[in-house]
Design a protein around this ligand. Structure first.
Ligand code: MLT
Ligand code: ZN
Length: 482
């Protein structure tokens, strides 16, 4: 089965021929202006919407629409379905696979103004909020009531909750709180016909039907536009502690993970890896200093969430001492203040920024069984033989590696070689070609890798039900153009 898939990947083309969609006319613009207001139909200075944040993916859309409600969204989509206008749905535009970036001249529908409703039920911890709320803002509002968003990502200051659902975002505390599937209870979605679908509800337990709201998770805007989200949120921990360890081999990192699971138990909430090359890259491109003297091959960032600071500190210190005593770690340091903790997290969360500053970037986000996690980085280095710089950081506790390769300029030859090499390697070692970033446009040619034909066909049928004219986010994960 794997061999058959490998032959598909070698012949994959990268063609994104424009589909037979209508071009936007002045009468379309007048309709949109009437529907949502002239100020919210943008045709100028829209570069921040037409390209992704790395500026490596770019479309040529003529307009961006910013509806403020589910109803306005529905009237836009209904119109676009009738006129066969292609639409790309965009939240905070922080995605890493170009899922929210247009490819041709798709109209951009931004959810950034859909942020009127925010309702928390304090007794149950169930939150309903509009899709356009920025993750960090929602989290700050929850803090006032002693709650916390269960997910946290480096992009929290810009990404929107609707986009997080559509992207199936993972992040740095999935290890502790689980994926969005553990939290999403319901959502409102406008499908590709403009129909408003109220899926799921506010109950933590409801087994009366298919869990349709969960189809929105990771749907990348291809089934509908998520306009409202209902989810369970978690109690805000009273004690949050972080520590870093310097380690000299990958196998010791894995032993330390087992030690952390057994010694920290229920309070372990993050277990992140930064490799030595990435740390050097961070130090050379950003005004940030490693917390250790000298350089090491691996760094682990560990965080605990608990309810008793003294008890958690005792556990964390014991764990660090044990890792040092067993000679699994060569150095270790616990953060003594909120500033020190923030500094440790900047080293990890700004690793992608440092890598992007290092040159033209080829990004990978893969899941791998832990025994193969770092071999991919080593074998990529061996394969490139200095033709590119290879960095690895990621959510080691979740088996999620972010492999990044950079070159001084765009290297077409390397580009052709690198993705098939990495994706074949990942699938043949029991991994997934996308752990948390999705497929978007970047991985479209590889989307069937590791998937059965029957699953792919079921997904296409679902697409037909939600979006029969295939106007939503074309040319991407579920493409009906080929
Ligand atoms: C991260 O974990 O830092 C993000 O997923 C971003 C990235 O992988 O570059
Ligand atoms: Zn990540």
């Amino acid at each position: 089965y794997i061999k058959m898939r490998l032959s598909i990947i070698r012949t994959a083309t990268n063609s994104f021929a424009r589909g037979n969609y209508a071009r936007i006319s002045s009468s379309d613009l007048s309709f949109f202006e009437k529907a949502i207001g002239k100020d919210y139909v943008k045709t100028k200075e829209i570069e921040n919407y037409t390209s992704d944040w790395t500026r490596q993916m770019k479309g040529s859309s003529e307009c961006v629409l910013l509806p403020s409600s589910t109803e306005e969204t529905s009237s836009i989509i209904k119109y676009c379905a009738e006129k066969r206008i292609a639409v790309v749905v965009q939240g905070g535009n922080t995605g890493l696979v170009g899922g929210a970036t247009p490819i041709h001249d798709e109209l951009i529908l931004s959810t950034g103004r859909i942020k009127n409703n925010f309702h928390l039920e304090p007794s149950s911890g169930v939150l309903t909020l509009d899709a356009g709320f920025i993750l960090a803002d929602a989290d700050n509002r929850l803090a006032e009531h002693g709650f916390m968003m269960p997910l946290d990502l480096g992009a929290k200051g810009s990404c929107q909750i609707g986009g997080c659902i559509a992207a199936g975002a993972g992040g740095i505390r999935l290890l502790r709180y689980g994926s969005l599937h553990s939290h999403l209870l319901g959502c409102t979605m406008v499908d590709g016909k403009g129909t408003i679908l109220n899926l799921g509800g506010r109950l933590r337990k409801d087994n009366t039907s298919l869990h349709t709201a969960h189809l929105a998770i990771g749907s990348e805007g291809q089934l509908g536009v998520v306009t409202s989200v209902t989810m369970g949120v978690v109690p805000r921990p009273l004690s949050i502690l972080s520590a870093m360890l310097a380690v000299s081999s990958y196998s010791d990192c894995i032993r330390i993970l087992s030690l952390a699971r057994s010694k920290l138990g229920e309070i372990l909430s993050s277990f992140e890896l930064i490799d030595g090359e990435t740390m050097k890259c961070v130090e050379s491109h950003l005004p940030l200093k490693n917390v250790f003297q000298g350089s090491h091959d691996f760094y682990l960032l560990i965080e605990t969430h608990g309810s008793n600071g003294d008890h958690d500190a005792e556990k964390l210190n014991q764990f660090v001492e044990e890792a040092l005593g067993m000679e699994l770690a060569v150095d270790g340091v616990a953060a003594n203040s909120e500033n020190e903790r923030a500094h440790m997290w900047r080293l990890r969360e700004e690793s992608p920024i440092a890598a992007a500053k290092d040159g033209y970037i080829y990004k990978f986000d893969v899941s791998l069984p832990l025994e193969h996690f770092y071999r991919l980085t080593e074998e990529t280095r061996d394969k490139l033989k200095g033709r590119g710089r290879v960095y690895c950081y990621g959510h080691l506790g979740d088996g999620n590696s972010h492999l990044n390769v950079t070159t001084d300029g765009e290297d077409e030859e390397l580009k052709k070689e690198l993705s098939p090499f990495v994706y074949n390697w990942v699938v043949s070692h029991g991994g997934s070609i996308s752990a948390e970033h999705g497929i978007g446009q970047l991985k479209r040619d590889y989307r069937s890798l590791g998937k059965s034909a029957s699953e792919s066909s079921l997904i296409r049928s679902l697409k037909g039900v939600f979006d029969p004219h295939s106007i939503l986010c074309p040319y991407k994960m579920i493409s009906t153009q080929d």
